[in-house]
Design a protein around this ligand. Structure first.
Ligand code: AMP
Ligand code: ZN
Length: 459
């Protein structure tokens, strides 16, 4: 089996080949820390967490997800709240990591912060100026887009058309409208660092180029982010990194996730429909949110609604129901891998919906199986698939103890089973059958065995 990934630059699915055999470097653009993460921000974190889990099966992976902790939005938040910048960024870095952990996102190997890499940015900018790719004007340093012939390739934009269509007023210090800022001056009340161009701060794009270079090298295997980052962020990162590195490729594969909307509407502050992960987890388990995000293919748009959440919850009910009451010895758990069909689905450009369909196939086989040893093996395979997907790692009993979503509660189910057993003991088979039907209608199947009646959610 081989891994295939869709590369935005070449606009197709390709067999994945890392630069160095057996090793993979991956960079994901992380959060700008001035607010809590919303469910849209969680999508790249979750889908690319799944990719890291898949990559780690076959490669030695170095995964960096940065923190943008210098940005005008952060400065604005500091002014608005009257709090120091460091306090704001520290608070939202912690909040981001806590929220992502709730969604089963594993910590990256490296979490570089922009403010810790100012020297690297200054070095990169200096080199770009020396080689004629950037120019200084009015305390700013700008990247001269006309020096890079490949500009527009990633986002499929034609620079000439862009220039012709530009309606923006061009800042007086720019030679051309699309030249972008590498460095800009800071007033005394703004965060700033001394540089050859005076006290200032970096532009957003140079941050990622400098951090990727420092931690992962000149050419990285995978660069990922949300689809809104293709232009201008990634187009600009690519231009400046290639020019800073003698034209060497910057990223071998560009991966972008589709956008998440809410009830068919774009999430936006002005519409008041921004759904924060922090709020959502108060009523929905993190695991349900994770599955809801993985139920759509990462490149497709995803519309978030009450039904998206309920569907994911019901799926987990069925999966934990299948696992319930089965003890899997640690040795067996370690020995039995996720089924090849699940791995193959993920290796096909991270087809998580297909992988989930395969997981359900396995759960159905488990529900039907009566042989004890075989049931244990199937449960072990299901748990291994869950580990790969970042799902089903909680105790099944705890899952049901915690679920209170209007479906029949564990207490109700067990009370009905007791009632049915009493009816059977009194040979009132009509009553017993009627209770069995009532449970079946609620999606609960029961099985009578030597150690009593067992039940599970039907898969
Ligand atoms: P930001 O902090 O705004 O730079 O966003 C962090 C990450 O979330 C980026 O990779 C964005 O592309 C991604 N993102 C933001 N909004 C959405 C959305 N509605 N759907 C999917 N991804 C999003
Ligand atoms: Zn970036």
């Amino acid at each position: 089996m081989a891994l295939y990934l869709h590369d935005t630059l070449r606009a197709r699915k390709l067999a994945f080949e890392p630069l160095v055999d057996g090793k993979v470097t991956m960079y994901l653009c992380g959060p700008t820390v001035y607010n809590y993460a919303h469910i849209g921000n969680a999508r790249p974190a979750v889908v690319f967490d799944l990719l890291t889990r898949l990559l780690r099966r076959s490669y030695s992976l170095t995964f960096a997800r940065n923190i943008t902790d210098v940005d005008d939005k952060i400065n604005a938040a500091a002014v608005e709240t009257g709090r120091p910048i460091e306090e704001i960024t520290a608070r939202f870095i912690k909040a981001y990591n806590d929220d992502m952990a709730t969604l089963g996102v594993l910590p990256p190997d490296i979490e570089p912060r922009a403010t810790h890499h100012i020297a690297e940015m200054i070095t990169m900018i200096t080199g770009l100026i020396e080689n004629g790719f950037a120019y200084e004007a009015d305390g700013h340093v700008l990247f001269d887009v006309s020096t890079y012939a490949g500009y527009g390739q990633l986002s499929k934009r034609d620079l000439r058309e862009m220039i012709a269509g530009a309606r923006v007023e061009v800042a007086p210090y720019k030679r051309a409208a699309h030249d972008f800022v590498l460095w800009k001056p800071s007033t005394a009340d703004m965060p700033g660092w001394e540089s050859p161009w005076g006290r200032g701060r970096p532009g957003w794009h140079i941050e990622c180029s400098a951090m990727a270079r420092k931690h992962l090298g000149r050419t990285i295997d995978i660069h990922a982010g949300g689809q809104d980052l293709v232009f201008p962020h990634h187009e600009n990162e690519r231009a400046q990194s290639r020019c800073a590195h003698d034209g060497q490729p910057f990223a071998r594969y560009w991966l972008h996730n589709g956008f998440l909307s809410i009830d068919s509407t774009k999430m936006s502050k002005s519409l008041g429909n921004v759904l924060l992960v922090r709020e959502l987890v108060k009523t929905v388990p993190g695991e349900v949110i994770r599955l809801a995000l993985l139920n759509a293919h990462y490149r497709q748009p995803l519309d978030w609604s009450e039904e998206t959440v309920n569907a994911a919850r019901r799926m987990l009910d069925r999966l934990y129901g299948a696992l319930r009451g089965i003890f899997v010895p640690a040795e067996m758990r370690a020995r039995i891998d996720a089924p090849p069909s699940v791995v193959a689905a993920l290796e096909d450009d991270l087809n998580s919906p297909k992988a989930m369909a395969e997981v359900f196939q396995l759960a159905r086989s488990l529900n039907k199986e009566t042989n004890h040893d075989r049931r244990q093996e199937l449960a072990a395979a299901l748990l291994s698939a869950g580990e790969l997907l970042g799902l089903m790692q909680n105790d099944a009993e705890e899952w049901f103890a915690g679920s209170d979503d209007g479906e029949m509660s564990v207490g109700d189910i067990e009370a009905l089973i007791d009632k049915r057993n009493r009816a059977r003991a009194e040979s009132d088979f009509a009553a017993a059958d009627s209770i069995r039907d009532q449970l079946a209608a609620a999606g609960v199947s029961i099985e009578d065995g030597p150690s009593g009646t067992r039940w599970r959610h039907s898969a």
